[in-house]
Design a protein around this ligand. Structure first.
Ligand code: FAD
Ligand code: SF4
Length: 462
């Protein structure tokens, strides 16, 4: 990071620079009552504390914040954690083996968002006594009182772990569970998106207690993190007031419906379900970047390169069309590799071995955004410029791709503002009209869709 400060950055500097992902690692290390995590006006989680603490953070802050300029990068962390992993690719980092498939045992697959492998591995670790608890994300029982729909929880039984199945596109943070891990001895497995797993690995590098107790890390591939306003927007478009929503299932599976046609189901307080197709939502195209956390613009890890094992969706045919869901999985730890190969031989998993090129193909759009797109954004960045593994390069993508990256960044930035304006004025249509127009322009640029798209294609062909 090009650092214009005369001192090492603290949490306040990371927040002001738009680089805080709200992981809660800093607040988790604060003395009791000194700092907490809370939502900002855009529905993103941020550390909150007095100005002195925000200027410096807890001891060692610059080594544990995943977006700190002084923290080890993903390559260094992976080299230390997985020194014997025999394979390496710039797209997915180090790995021992790569797989495509799903859990064959029980109903893990149908209950999971994808092929159910995350919950299966977490349960297997507990069942084989390799960990005492799994740290993962579950629905909050009282979302209105708790002010959020999901939170990290420490689950100690297979039943509890299975309650956490499914992906949550909603801000969550680690501060509370990190305090419990520091207090309560035992072996823990932590599930998280790449930047959260990076924060956990940085904590493990810096603190022997976390190193000893967090014995496994399970990473989720990540396109980006959304603000809480995304869920609010889905509720508006499904036609329910957000304060009547009791539970959210972002990816409701339905027989015969392709896995990549997302449908969200909300359960209201009276128990009735309401469902909405992302296809019909103004902001339902994930690639357009609506409500993306600003820090995600400066991330270069799509596949949780620092996790013992990481999981994504197999977004290639025939798997994208299979409504039951299919994972890709990268194994980096020999212990997890052993569990997987034994279960495969016993028929408890249905997997085929693949390589990094296969996995990279399933994440082609995410990798473009976080490689050539990131190089372009870094070259344009002013103020605090994070140091990434991707070097800045203003000329990298061609003009058409530059327009797409610029449009995506503008949609991300303006979606927060427009939703805030719409909410404050009680006129959701202000946001929705803007979102539909923005999505149409994005689709014209990215896919040459519609009349505008044909015009863009014609101009680009000149
Ligand atoms: C914000 C986000 C973005 C993602 N982007 C992509 C992407 O671009 N490409 C891709 O291939 N896959 C992406 N994934 C991963 C994908 O959605 C699935 O989670 C993954 O394939 C595992 O599916 P599964 O059926 O094996 O997991 P399941 O068996 O359904 O288990 C999921 C586990 O993850 C935990 N969990 C859910 N949400 C979160 C969260 N926000 N933070 C931490 N833990 C959580 C649950 O508690 C549960 O333990 C993303 C996930 C998230 C949360
Ligand atoms: S990214 Fe995490 S550790 Fe860094 S300032 Fe934000 S909450 Fe704290």
């Amino acid at each position: 990071m090009r650092n214009d400060l005369q001192r090492a950055p603290g949490p306040g500097d990371i927040v002001r620079a738009g680089l805080c992902i709200g992981c809660g690692a800093c607040a988790g290390l604060a003395a009791p009552g000194q700092a907490e995590m809370g939502f900002d006006e855009d529905g993103l989680l941020r550390p909150r504390a007095d100005p002195d603490w925000m200027a410096s953070g807890p001891p060692g802050f610059t080594s544990i914040c995943p977006f700190s300029p002084r923290a080890a990068d993903e390559d260094r962390i992976a080299a230390r954690e997985f020194p014997r992993a025999p394979r390496h690719a710039a797209s997915v980092g180090r790995y021992e083996s790569a797989w495509v498939g799903h859990a064959a045992e029980g109903d893990f697959r149908l209950r999971g968002s994808s092929g159910g492998l995350v919950s299966w591995v977490a349960c297997e670790l507990l069942d084989k006594g390799l960990v005492d608890a799994v740290v993962h994300v579950v629905p909050c029982e009282q979302p209105r009182q708790e002010g959020r729909f999901f939170a990290y929880r420490i689950s100690r039984s297979v039943g509890e772990v299975r309650e956490g199945a499914q992906s949550r596109y909603h801000p969550i943070e680690l501060s509370e569970v990190l305090r419990v891990i520091a207090r309560e001895p035992g072996g823990y497995a932590v599930v998280g998106i790449p930047c959260f797993i990076k924060a956990v690995q940085l904590l493990r590098r810096n603190d022997p207690v976390y190193r000893e107790r967090i014995v496994h890390t399970l990473g989720l591939f990540c396109g980006h993190m959304k603000s809480a306003a995304f869920t609010e927007s889905l509720a508006v478009q499904i036609g329910v007031p957000i304060d009547q929503v009791q539970a959210v299932e972002y990816r409701h599976k339905a027989e015969g419906r392709p896995a990549n046609w997302y449908s969200t189901r909300m359960r209201l307080q009276d128990g009735s379900p309401r469902t909405g197709d992302w296809w019909h939502m103004a902001d339902g195209d994930w690639g357009a970047g609506f409500f993306m956390a600003p820090a995600c613009n400066f991330c270069d890890d799509v596949v949780a390169e620092t996790a013992d094992v990481s999981f994504g969706d197999a977004w290639v045919e025939p798997h994208s069309s299979d409504w039951r869901g299919t994972n890709v999985m990268l194994v980096r730890s020999p212990v997890i590799g052993g569990l997987v190969e034994r279960a495969l031989a016993e028929g408890r998993l249905a997997l085929e071995e693949v390589d990094d090129r296969y996995v990279a193909d399933t994440q082609a759009a995410g990798l473009r955004q976080r490689r050539e797109g990131l190089a372009w954004r870094l070259a344009r960045r002013r103020g605090l410029v994070p140091r990434k593994r991707v070097p800045p390069d203003a000329a990298a993508p061609d003009p058409a791709r530059r327009r797409i990256y610029a449009m995506r960044q503008a949609i991300s930035r303006w979606s927060h503002r427009m939703f805030r304006i719409a909410r404050a004025s009680g006129r959701p249509w202000i946001y929705l009209r803007w979102a539909r127009a923005s999505a149409a322009l994005y689709h014209a640029l990215a896919y040459h869709r519609g009349r505008l798209g044909r015009l863009v294609a014609w101009i680009e062909s000149r």
